[in-house]
Design a binder for this molecule. Structure first.
Ligand code: UGA
Length: 443
């Protein structure tokens, strides 16, 4: 099947590459010529395990190609996936300018019937706007060609995107058209061999499903962070509580890990956008507002704990950071708790010595050269000469540490663990002033 993907960002590139990998003929289009040139040379602009090899293999096999030519892109696929960004506007709503620009491009260049597939995360009702944009561009040319628009939200996690695409829990398609159903079934047929996880529904239900799923997961995390904060004050261990409640299948073990708050490009943006959508239909989504507020506060707890450990005076201190990415297996630092912490530390006059297995370049890009930031080679160098250590990301390589060695490196020796990687008793027995999240410590 011939498929066009607009947008070679995270979602577009993973979708295009995975679809090529199961035998479809895929063309990925982007307006960024530099990005396309790099992709053609086999250079992947993002870090995602397994993706680079998969891109190269499919380019070599001739099933995956890249272009900056909109006419060629529109001409190519019977399915036209829109997978461009929807960054938050100033007021938190999703900015649809890129999505609508692609819709216009399709309308301007199409010469035969097409199916437009909304893959980008877009507010409920966007399919109608996409339809209007394609129709408008067609009308401008005086052309009358049939087309349809369906919604096909993505559920990829960064760091596990290929696995999620290949073995996801469900494939959601919002459409009422039998023709679209047939084409989308053909597109996803290679993934539904074990059991039929293709779910057809109304367009608006599909659009809302995406936001509801992310908002539910974000709610679980904020709920657990709230319980952790309570546990801290009540002298209870939230890790025991987590196991206690997770064992109830109605609650489940997933996404109830307390920590230093959720980050990334999805949860913060989607929770806000859904609350904003609610406002537009005169409904105050109180729970969503609280989920967001709890998370904002949680991201400040790392600094608050450090500040208390240093009696409110961090000026001139050197703080080691392990982990900059918003979660392991990605170089993404969007809305990462590490950023809230670093910015607060700098404002307080402290220096940061940081290490992350993948996000160093991204950190350099975001903050540039500055006197109060040293990006070092490994986790050992990060603690060299530091007063305290903060763990912001639960990379596998951070999970085992010689506490006696750590104590000998840190001057204070304070460890603030934003991811609950260690047993507090063991760390404290080694002489560390160890503070985790909701584990009976009152700091
Ligand atoms: C999320 C969803 O999990 C995907 O299903 C969805 O497709 C994607 O957003 C999207 O909308 O594109 P992602 O943002 O890549 O995926 O990352 P997650 O693994 O969900 O983690 C999000 C944040 O929650 C991270 O900062 C993580 O540290 C935090 N988290 C996660 C917790 O604090 N506790 C948990 O128990 C789980």
């Amino acid at each position: 099947m011939k498929i066009t993907i607009f947008g070679t960002g995270y979602v577009g590139l993973v979708t295009g590459t995975c679809l090529a990998d199961v035998g479809h003929d895929v063309m990925c289009m982007d307006v960024d010529a530099d990005k396309i040139a790099r992709l053609e040379a086999g250079e992947i602009p993002i870090y995602e395990p397994g993706l680079e090899e998969m891109v190269k293999a499919n380019v070599a096999e001739g099933r995956l190609r890249f272009t900056t030519d909109p006419a060629a892109a529109v001409d190519f696929g019977v399915l036209q996936f829109i997978a461009v960004g929807t960054p938050p506007d100033e007021d938190g709503s999703a900015d649809l300018q890129y999505v609508l620009a692609v819709a216009e491009t399709i309308g301007r260049h199409m010469t035969e019937e097409k199916v437009v597939v909304d893959k980008s995360t877009v507010p409920v009702g966007t399919a109608d706007r996409v339809k209007a944009a394609v129709a408008g561009a067609l009308a401008e040319r005086g052309a009358a060609i049939d087309f349809e628009v369906c919604s096909n939200p993505e559920f990829l996690k960064e760091g596990a995107a290929i696995e999620d695409f290949t073995h996801g829990a469900r494939i959601i398609v919002g459409t009422e058209s039998e023709r679209v159903k047939t084409l989308m079934r053909e597109c996803y047929a290679p993934y539904i061999r074990l059991h039929d996880k293709l779910m057809f529904m109304d367009v608006r239900a599909a659009e809302l499903t995406k936001y509801a799923a992310n908002a539910m997961l974000a709610t679980k995390i904020s709920f657990m962070n709230e319980i952790a904060n309570l546990a801290e004050r009540l002298g209870a261990d939230v890790e025991q509580v987590r196991r206690g409640i997770g064992s109830d299948p109605r609650i489940g073990y997933q996404f109830i890990y307390p920590g230093c708050g959720y980050g990334g490009s999805c949860f913060p943006k989607d929770v806000q956008a859904l609350a904003r959508t609610a406002g537009e239909v005169d409904y105050e989504a109180e729970l969503l507002g609280a989920v967001e507020a709890v998370n904002r506060r949680q991201k400040q707890t790392l600094f608050a704990k450090l500040s208390r450990a240093f009696d409110g005076d961090l000026a001139g201190r050197t703080i080691a950071l392990w982990g900059l990415a918003f979660k392991p297996n990605t170089d993404d630092m969007r809305d990462a708790p590490s950023r809230t912490l670093m910015e607060a530390l700098w404002a307080a006059g402290a220096r940061v010595q940081a290490y992350d297995p993948e996000a160093m370049d991204e950190c350099r890009r975001l903050y540039g050269e500055r006197e109060d930031l040293a990006l070092v080679e490994d986790r050992v160098q990060a603690v060299e000469g530091a007063d305290a250590l903060v763990i912001c990301t639960e990379w596998k390589a951070f999970r085992s540490v010689d506490f006696a060695w750590l104590k000998s490196r840190l001057t204070l020796p304070v460890v603030v663990d934003g991811r609950n990687l260690f047993e507090p008793e063991t760390a404290r027995a080694a002489g560390l002033l160890y503070y985790a999240v909701g584990r009976g410590d009152s700091l």
